[in-house]
Write a protein that binds this ligand. Sequence first.
Ligand code: 5AD
Length: 478
Amino acid sequence: MSRYIVHTFGCQMNAHDSDRMEEVLRAHGWSAADSIEDADLVVLNTCSVREKAEQKLRSEVGKLAPLKSRKNRGLVLAVAGCVAQQEGEKLLARVAHLDLVIGPDNLAELPMLVADQMAGAPPRARTVFDLDAPRFLAAAPEPGAAPVSAFVTTMKGCDERCSFCIVPYTRGPERYRPAAEIIDEVARWVDNGGREVTLLGQTVDSYRDPSLPPPASDDPDESQFPSLLRAIAAGVPGLRRLRYTSPHPRHATASLADAHAEIDILARHVHMPVQSGSDRVLKRMIRRYTRAEYTARVRRLLSTRPDMTISTDIIVGFPGETEQDFQATLDLVRDIGFVGVFGFKYSPRPFTPALKLKDDVSESEKSERLARLFELSEAQTRAHLARLVGTRQVVLVEGPGKTPGTWEGRTERNEIVHVDGRPAEGRALTGELVEVEITQAFKHSLAGLPTTAALSALPKDGGRSRPFRRRRALPLVV
Ligand code: 5AD
């Protein structure tokens, strides 16, 4: 039997694409290799959002080259993801030993393309967007063995033109998956033991589907995302938690806030990328909102539930960013009280409009601003976690923790909780919603003990044992 390894770089969308590639390969008789030496196919699923991606890729492929020449029966080397889409044919010419370049919209063709390679076909690049008939590879959870928390794609591509961002060029224009297909997939995860779903899209809240109730108004910021959330909550009663990532602030309208106020299973946490706190910079980034608009939208979301939290993405050192602009960003971080910040140094990307602007903030200044941003955001995260000590939180247990006898899960917002399993007397907690008394706060997580009420509510047979998949924390580009 042929064996594969799929290695993922980058965001959840890439991780999700990797899972789908593995599924199509398995459906064609492939199985996962235990090590790279074992593999007949190595797929590098690449990310080009920030790093000098091609350099990194070259070095990864370089490491695999000796293996390829050692293998007399051949090893197929494939590059997928955003670098594949961005570079196409050119990659084959520039990266030695590469056999296959495959874009994000062509994943279903992977087994056939690999079979051709194994039969001796010349290297091939296949990077065509499925604009006319968008395809969404349906997830195929193994019966009864779904992870507690799964990702479900709702849309792909991006119609924004943020001046720093390569995604519109590597993922194409927005295409939406029909709501009925999404609901089916959510139901399939739940039927197979899943409890939580995170809806996934580059601008997840711009969603549209003519079969759903229409947007609240003609305002172009309105979408049918709130209707999709309602349709999922109503259509899959067994779903215990619903999250989404990543929204664009433009679509965080009053109707989205209404959905948060109404839908019980919606997480009390939203990751809402802001990128900068300075209006001057936001304008140059072509974000299409002002700081005041962002603040009003986020405050409206925060007001829907008493203990809602917000996290964000921020770019430091965007062309022309002055110390004063950066101060405005720090001020916004304090003002909103983000409980988590993913901070990035601006990195010029091919094709993007910002390339025309001079990358004039020095590398050392970027590093210094990033360090100051982290100092502030880490302090806010720590203060937030410390406030939770002594409270009771409902934790969805995702699986066993690293220390024997402990379990790991998340609160209704998104804090990671290490649950002491001793009071549960050996019963498996995976997939259970357990009320936990928080006893300790760490830098990025909490620890706690199941309450007496939670213990008596646990099933006597000790829950189900289900494979544990750690949630990936990196945000998508928006
Ligand atoms: N440079 C730095 N950070 C970037 N991001 C996207 N493009 C760039 C870039 N060119 C960041 C944004 C986005 C996150 C996923 O990556 O903050 O939200």
